[in-house]
Write a protein that binds this ligand. Structure first.
Ligand SMILES: C[S@@+](CC[C@H](N)C(=O)[O-])C[C@H]1O[C@@H](n2cnc3c(N)ncnc32)[C@H](O)[C@@H]1O
Length: 199
């Protein structure tokens, strides 16, 4: 079975429909990138390197139709997960299935307009351009209390943005391109997991 079909079956088991996305964003003027769902094998690799407990609250920044939220409930990670999505069509797709799971929530709108204080973990799969990313990072630095974990992945190396900022510490990083010997992306994706503590 191919990777796309494997992922479709995992989506169907949790959500009842496929969460794969292909369309171009209608929000490029706001700096948004196209809605591409994170592949499950990537979520396995990244989320297994973050620690979650019953008090954890993950924010998937630009959740699309909700693949990362689906993974969260599929593997039974502890705590809660929320997705925020700028595109109202995608936000509605995500909230339609996510309402079956009390530990999930979906917010429609820009992450720049929601409070970041409730969250302990942040996941960003290339949601927007580096101007919006910088505004998001500044907002996070101003709002969160205590230590939070952030996982960022993109194909354009923009993790340079975190380097040298007060309070940020790189936990681990790497590249992902292939799944079982075949390319799973058009180009390699760089990922990094950070801890931010403003204390
Ligand atoms: C590459 S997709 C990632 C989808 C999902 N996080 C996943 O990993 O499966 C990026 C998403 O970020 C959304 N997005 C872009 N700018 C945003 C913003 N300012 N606030 C919330 N979502 C945004 C896009 O509409 C798109 O659906």
């Amino acid at each position: 079975m191919g990777l796309d079909e494997l992922e479709r079956q995992r989506d169907l088991a949790v959500c009842g429909y496929s969460l794969a996305e292909g369309a171009q964003t209608r929000f490029a003027a706001e700096g948004a990138h196209d809605p591409t769902a994170t592949r499950y094998f990537v979520l396995e690799k990244l989320f297994s390197q973050m620690e979650f407990d019953v008090d954890s609250h993950l924010l998937d920044v630009g959740c699309g139709a909700g693949r990362a939220l689906a993974y969260y409930v599929e593997v039974g990670l502890p705590g809660r997960a929320t997705g925020v999505e700028l595109d109202p069509v995608l936000a509605r797709r995500a909230s339609t299935w996510a309402r079956n799971f009390p530990q999930l929530a979906v917010v429609e709108g820009s992450v720049l307009d929601v409070s970041l204080r409730p969250y302990t973990h942040f996941y960003l799969f290339n949601p927007f351009d580096s101007c919006v990313l910088e505004r998001f990072v500044e907002k996070l630095e101003a709002e969160v209390r205590g230590c939070v974990t952030l996982c960022h992945m993109s194909d354009n190396g923009e993790n340079y943005l975190f380097w040298g900022r007060a309070g940020w510490r790189l936990q681990t990083e790497g590249w992902i391109h292939e799944y079982e010997g075949s390319p799973a992306f058009n180009c390699p994706q760089h990922w990094s997991i950070w801890q931010f503590d403003r204390a």
